[in-house]
Each structure stands twice: as C-alpha cells, then as structure tokens.
Design a protein around this ligand. Sequence first.
Ligand code: MD3
Ligand code: FE
Length: 196
Amino acid sequence: MRLLPGFLDGDAQRALLARIRALLAEAPLYSPVMPRSGKPLSVRMSNCGPLGWLSEIGGYRYSGTHPLTGAPWPAIPAPVLDLWSRATGVAYPPEACLINYYGPDARLGLHRDEDEDAKGAPILSISLGDTALFRMGGPTRKSPTRSVHLTSGDCVVLEGPSRDWFHGVDRILPGTSRLLPEGGRFNLTLRRVTQP
Ligand code: MD3
Ligand code: FE
C-alpha cells in the first residue's frame, strides 16, 4: 500500500466534506446487513458513481441504485475523480465510490475486497474526520498484520499485491478531529469494478 499522509489540506477536507453532505442528502446513509446472518454492520454506508457496493442478506453485490430509495446513485464529484487520477496515476475512472461512516463504536472486520472484476486496478481510500486505527494484513487471514493510524486528509492507494490483502478498521479514536461537528469518520473507497 502507498500511504499519502495529509494528501488533502484543511481547505480541501472541508470542501470534500461539503460535497459528501450534498451526496448524502440525495443518497442517504443506511445500515447494511451482513450476508446470511442479516445482522446490521456497525458502519453506515452510501455510494456514488455508476455502481454502488451493497452488503445484503443474500451476499455482496454492485448495484446501480440505492437499496432504500431505488434511485440511481449520484455521480462521483469532479474533485474526487481528480484526486483519483492524481493519487493512482491510472487513465481510467473509478466506477464505485463507497461512502462509509463510522460512529465512535463502529468497526470493520478483517476482510478482502474481492467483488470487483477489475483485478489489476488500484483502490483509493480517502479519510475524513476522526482517526482510524487501520489494520493491514497480508495475502491470507493468518498473515502477520500491522496497524496504521489514518488521520483526516490521509489517502491510501492499494495497488499491486496489496490490492488483494486482508485489511480492516479496528477502531475509531473519538475526539481526534474537529472536521465533523457530530464526530466520527467518513471514508471514501474508490474502486474500478469492470475491466477497464
Ligand atoms: C488494504 N474500508 O470499505 S479503505 C472497505 O477505512 C474498506 O472504510 C476501509 O476496507 C475504511 O472495504 C478501508 C482502505 C483499503 C481498501 C482496500 C484495501 C485498504 C486496503 C485492500 C487491500 C489492503
Ligand atoms: Fe475493504
């Protein structure tokens, strides 16, 4: 993984947050459920872009529409597409922008991102708000792991072998950022889904 600490300065973070709020007015955050058990995830989610990632009782899938409103996802804002090209250097656009919101008690278990056909494409992660204690593993669930703090404005590019490695969010460190008045953390995960 390639960590870009402070890739977004304060002004860029505030501008991006305003875009996220506008997107969420159109495509509200909702609580996805885990496949099979139907237990709600602690992370709330929404999406923008042609394809949105969903976790449903029947499994994970990409969909063009919001699961509650049925409306097509809003477009990925131009400044976010610009970040994607600057950070990843690839010529094709992402198709999915997953918007994760972590309250103080939210976490995301160790997993791999494996629902995309574009196996060779990078993934870009953008963090806003409270610091996350992120866990980066390796190619198998048993691989040794390392912990990294992701702070507001940090970006991470997952490319090469690390694209397919296990990762998760162990916890959010409440009160570590003043960007979100309500506290918590937004993460944008940008992915290419279909083969470019
Ligand atoms: C490391 N989200 O939604 S993005 C996810 O902070 C997800 O919300 C996290 O993992 C979040 O699937 C982390 C950063 C990320 C994404 C893909 C990776 C890190 C990764 C793939 C391999 C290794
Ligand atoms: Fe992931």
